[in-house]
Design a binder for this molecule. Structure first.
Ligand SMILES: Cc1cc2nc3c(=O)[nH]c(=O)nc-3n(C[C@H](O)[C@H](O)[C@H](O)COP(=O)(O)O)c2cc1C
Length: 168
């Protein structure tokens, strides 16, 4: 039911899709994984490879899985699943089975071992290439932080190579 799309032919409005509609970052494998909602990120090119960037605070449970696993997924959904994404962005997988509560169906991709959700309209499989921690003293414009009550710990940025993209 998914078609594989060449990253060069993949079309989406990143500001709307990531910023307004959100996505799930899912890391781990079938023996242990977690997911969380994100509304920051970027899709483009880095080191001449198709690349995805995301930002995860180290206090997220998902952080433990992305640290331990090389491959993770970015899943996009239709509007009907926004309440599920809202829940997955409020609750922690540390505290209970929020994925079942959100009504999503986890699936393991045989090829990569990575986890995704069958309800996703688009799944991007990503392999970590680089990380860096956002730091005090490196902001040109500190006012970007003023809208956020939560500023510590600061996000870890991950830049990953896009391995494959699936679309329904
Ligand atoms: C719309 C929305 C966007 C979010 N974006 C991010 C993000 O980009 N990075 C991040 O670290 N947390 C982000 N969060 C917060 C996490 O999704 C949230 O803390 C989640 O409960 C973490 O789950 P976990 O502990 O199971 O990993 C966002 C939450 C919402 C609701």
């Amino acid at each position: 039911m998914y078609q594989t799309i060449d990253p060069k032919d993949f079309v989406l409005s990143p500001v709307k899709k990531i910023g307004d509609e959100w996505l799930l970052i899912t890391a781990g494998d079938k023996f242990g994984y977690n997911t969380m909602t994100a509304s920051w990120g970027a899709l483009g090119v880095m080191w001449n490879r198709p690349a995805a960037t995301c930002y995860i605070r180290p206090n997220r449970y998902t952080y433990e899985f992305i640290e331990k696993n090389d491959i993770y997924t970015l899943c996009f959904f239709d509007e009907a699943h926004k309440p599920a994404l809202s829940l997955l962005g409020k609750k922690s997988g540390r505290d209970g089975d929020k994925i079942t509560e959100a009504g999503l169906t986890p699936v393991c991709d045989e090829e990569t071992g990575a986890m995704y959700f069958s309800e996703a309209t688009t799944v991007i499989f990503v392999k970590k290439m680089f990380f860096s921690d956002l730091k005090d003293g490196t902001f040109h414009d500190e006012t970007v932080l003023s809208n956020y009550s939560e500023t510590n710990p600061m996000h870890r940025m991950y830049i990953g190579e896009i391995l494959k993209i699936w679309e329904k």
